[in-house]
Design a protein around this ligand. Structure first.
Ligand SMILES: [Ca+2]
Ligand SMILES: [Ca+2]
Length: 430
């Protein structure tokens, strides 16, 4: 509460909203609304109607699911999109991700829901505005063997996957796989952790796992609790792009208490396990009580850039970022902010410059909650970078720089005192 004197009257103003200055923790499940569907729109409000719409789908159709819980396991099971159709959309009727919920039989019970949605045939398929939970293998399975390319996953929440949450398999054992995928504004999470009785064992999971895929964009998502049960080892990376994938963009994602973060490339025996790509403006936070491994790793990936990420491991692993194996050449690792260092391993080469590895929890708005937006105390990060052509925005989508120069790490600090408060509109006369 403050008081101002205006026009000779003593006026008490209600607080103007300070929260208007605070950036949201994440943009996941807060996606901009999609345009209203046009053309061939099929609206369904029951599980049998949903199954029938999927089975009869044609190109350019939009299946709109009315709010509600759809128990696939008690009905027709996995939604199989297995026709060679183009530009199909499956979406919830609202702009939220929690109003339409598709439910499987659980992480340890296959039943008739080995997958939530199986996409093997469609190109340009969009899945939006819904939740899929409790699935034995993959909530979303993308299979290029039947022609699928260019999937778009938008504003969805995936909960409790027995293996990878979003899986794009290769064609046979070689390239190419599914390319030009976009995964954005979505959440992938375990309520607690991967069930040790899951089909692939106690650690076999990832958030997004793409084999042999080119030009994927993975942005503005939240990966939470991607982890094995205590004492069961370590879960896989929340984002894993490998098996000759290339040119992946990973940006603006939030990782909370995942055991591994991002891997571009993985296989130490395949020198071109990944190529190119940029990892920028991501925020990774793991609490001291959560076991885990690396935040960001580049493995046998040539010409890959890791720029302006914030990684806080709270003492759980000695390195925040690693670049590894002889196929990793020309790496550029610049302006990352972390509480641990950058580690070269196994013959990798590249340029490491301008990173800060001494970040303290009190440099951030609320590190305990994983809010790693910069606080005014982050004087060793604020305005300490120079402009990079590859990084024109920050984690929140704000244009860089704010202030004198770009800040090290994912967030660009806003000097709130420099923003004059707007004239209060909710005045009351005392
Ligand atoms: Ca700045
Ligand atoms: Ca910001």
């Amino acid at each position: 509460m403050i008081k101002v004197n205006l026009c000779g009257l003593t006026i008490a103003t209600l607080l103007w909203s300070q929260t208007a200055l605070a950036a949201p923790l994440t943009r996941s499940c807060q996606a901009p609304a999609l345009p209203a569907p046009t053309g061939n729109v099929i609206t369904v409000a029951s599980e049998p109607a949903l199954q029938a719409a999927v089975a009869a789908v044609t190109s350019n159709a939009t299946i709109v699911i009315q709010p509600g819980t759809y128990n696939l396991a008690a009905g027709g099971g996995t939604l199989y999109f297995n026709k060679s159709v183009a530009n199909v959309t499956l979406r919830g009727a609202t702009n939220g991700c929690d109003d339409v919920i598709l439910v499987g039989a659980g992480m340890t019970n296959q039943g008739n829901t080995p997958y939530g949605i199986w996409v093997g045939g469609p190109t340009g398929m969009r899945i939006a505005n819904l939740t899929i939970r409790d699935i034995y293998f993959h909530p979303i399975m993308l299979d290029p063997n039947f022609g699928t390319q260019s999937p778009h996953i938008y504003n969805v929440r995936l909960i409790n996957a027995g293996e990878q949450f979003v899986k794009a398999t290769p064609v046979g054992t070689s390239s190419p796989g599914v390319s030009n995928g976009i995964v954005e504004y979505s959440i992938m999470e375990y309520v607690t952790w991967l069930d040790p009785g899951a089909p692939g064992g106690a650690t076999y999971t990832n958030g997004v796992d793409v084999h042999a895929g080119a030009s994927w964009i993975i942005r503005y998502n939240l990966f939470r609790n991607i982890r094995a049960a205590p004492g069961q080892g370590l879960a896989g990376h929340a984002i894993l792009m490998w098996n000759r994938s290339r040119d992946t963009i990973v940006e603006g994602n939030l990782f909370l208490n995942t055991q591994r973060g991002i891997a571009l490339g993985l296989d130490g025996t395949r020198v071109d396990d990944h190529t190119g790509g940029i990892v920028r403006n991501n925020i990774f936070h793991r609490s001291s009580s959560q076991s885990g491994d690396i935040g960001i790793s580049i493995n046998n990936s040539a010409g890959t850039k890791v720029l302006h990420n914030t990684v806080m491991l709270s003492g759980t692993y000695p390195s925040a970022i690693e670049y590894r194996f002889s196929g990793t050449t020309g790496a550029l690792i610049q302006y990352n902010l972390a509480d641990a260092g950058v580690q070269q391993r196994d013959g990798a080469s590249g340029t490491v410059v301008g990173n800060a590895s001494n970040a303290q929890a009190n440099w951030f708005v609320n590190a305990l909650l994983g809010d790693l937006h910069l606080a005014a105390t982050a004087v060793e990060a604020i305005d300490r970078a120079t402009a990079l052509a590859d990084v024109t925005q920050d984690y929140d989508g704000d244009a860089r720089p704010i202030g004198l120069a770009p800040d090290i790490g994912a967030d660009e600090f806003v000097v709130s005192s420099a923003i004059p408060p707007s004239v209060p509109t909710n005045l009351s006369v005392q």
